[in-house]
Design a protein around this ligand. Sequence first.
Ligand code: PLP
Length: 283
Amino acid sequence: RIVYVNGEFLPEESATVSIFDRGFLFADGVYEVSPVLKGQMFDNDGHLVRLQRSLSELRISLPMPVDEIVAIQNELIERNRLQEGMIYLQVTRGAADRDFAFPKDAKPSIVLFTQTLSILDSPKAKKGLSVITVPDIRWSRRDIKTVGLLAQSLAKQAALDEGADDAWMVQDGFVTEGSSNNAFIVTQDGKIITRNLSNDILHGITRKAVLALVEREGLLLEERAFTPEEAYEAAEAFSTSATGFVMPVVKIDGRILHNGAPGPVSVRLRGLYIEAAMALIDA
Ligand code: PLP
């Protein structure tokens, strides 16, 4: 695989970053994951807008103009002949002697790589996910997409250790979001519920696109926090993310939803999202 590191396209074996990089020492950096279908990115503009917002919240400068980043992304897709998967992009504050204070003259580091994934033909999407709830032990600026992902990694591993697929995190009795996705439920009377935007959750690019589809289709929506207990009683549930798209959830803390099969609203939204993505790519 060919990757991109600070100005160079290199085979992954030869790509290196400094041990003094503040991404490594302090998780002082941000990232984005853009989906690729049929060798083309989509919703990438949204990801790059969020990247710039994350960077400005941390006072890290973008190392190059956005159109150069897009050119690098496209070159990586081409060089790696990526058909379906994702492009990962990370910017850190750069390398400097270890000190909590921001370095005066560090140059931001930028790294990009591709990863092949089966997005459309996902067995998990057909079967539906089993999730557990775990306490949300993260910091309070989850709207910034930082590389500080240890709490999410612990949450995900706790789920896998229990034989589940993912974890939904809970703060003050309410679900915030999934370990790497936004969480939704559908009530018995057909309302789609997802947590409102705030610093408590990442403002998902896929969440936004799915909410646009919900509105277009005239489905009922409430943006508000919901409890795990409300989720246990829901008609169905699903999560959204750049590489999972819309993922039906069929079990929450052992409670089975919709007889253990993906529900109609989740399946419909997944289909509509894929259709919209294909339309963007073919345009
Ligand atoms: N929430 C968290 C904590 C995430 O890590 C992610 C994606 O990585 C999402 C939500 C979904 O965001 P997006 O749809 O932009 O991928």
